[in-house]
Design a protein around this ligand. Sequence first.
Ligand code: SAH
Length: 369
Amino acid sequence: MSRVHDDLADRIRARIRAEGPMTVADYMALCLSDPAGGYYVTRDPFGTAGDFITAPEVSQMFGELVGAVLAHGWQLAGRPQPFVLAEPGPGRGTLMADIVRVLRLVPGLLAAADLRFVEVSPVLRAAQARAVAPFGLEAHWHDSLAGLPDGPLLLVANEFFDALPVRQFVAADGVWRERVVGLGPEGELAFGIGAGVLGHDGLPAHLHPHDDGAVLETCAPATALMGEIARRIVAFGGMALIIDYGHVQSAVGDTFQALKAHRMVDPLATPGEADLTAHVDFGALARAAQAAGARVHGPVEQGTFLIRTGLLERAGQLGAGKTAAVQDELRAAVERLAGPEQMGRLFKVMAVTRAGIATPDLPGFSGAL
Ligand code: SAH
């Protein structure tokens, strides 16, 4: 273990000793984004040698199909010039590079794009700059979405919302009580129950604290962000594509998890050294977008979305006349991205547009889940 991350664990324990237990959200935010020891701030976590692989890192086909849908969204929005092309949490920049290779095939589109990334990590900002440099595009970076310029917006977010800090509440005697991170008997980090409670009067019945020990998660930063994106789209036009693992309807369940070297680990064991995530509540995101006056399309399962938008055709094109090894690789990528046991069902794709856009006009979204 490196010094820096030992320091983050020490600092978290010291803070708990001084101020008392912290919420799961505060713990998650420190572990991921602490300027000195935060997971994303200190490393490039992607790839086989890293902690996890995302869809754009599996195959260029993912970004190409997403790019084709964004190009369609630009046309439906009336080909706005200029417009803001934005991606929060771009990782290595691989997705945007694949998207741009498709967007440049549409006359007038790329010349109208004002490229904006929202990224906390200096390491990853540098990787993103390298990824889009070959296209002669000038990118700008922001610490938060609020910094984006006004104007028509095409936005894509893949595996971004799952990194936003969640609060957790545990059912006890008919009350949702806040789960906190405190110290156990040996001074180790340990979950506990804090003083905070979540009133459930405004929640639908299936989200009430019926069963002792059940867990409910809330993610105010996610719904706030979705509301902000939707407001911009309602005001200026455009489209957002949100892709992530999660559930279509809000539900009770503990989805807080840690990944290190492609394995699930204890989220309290190595603060700052494991990726911490929670499943995205697409039901809550959809309500936030609708409350802002936008239209929500989907969510649909990623496998369905990719097959409908041409994954198999694209794989066939890329494999034509190539070696058996290349064709095997393409088949494996298709399986990984769209297979029901792999990313195909767990991951969902949701689009947000102005109210005037009909779902059947958007490739990938029309029909069943
Ligand atoms: N979209 C990429 C990367 C997903 S990982 C891909 O599909 O490969 C999550 C990304 O979000 C990383 O780039 C991480 O540094 C960034 N990130 C995490 N929390 C953030 C926050 N609060 N604000 C901005 N970026 C954040």
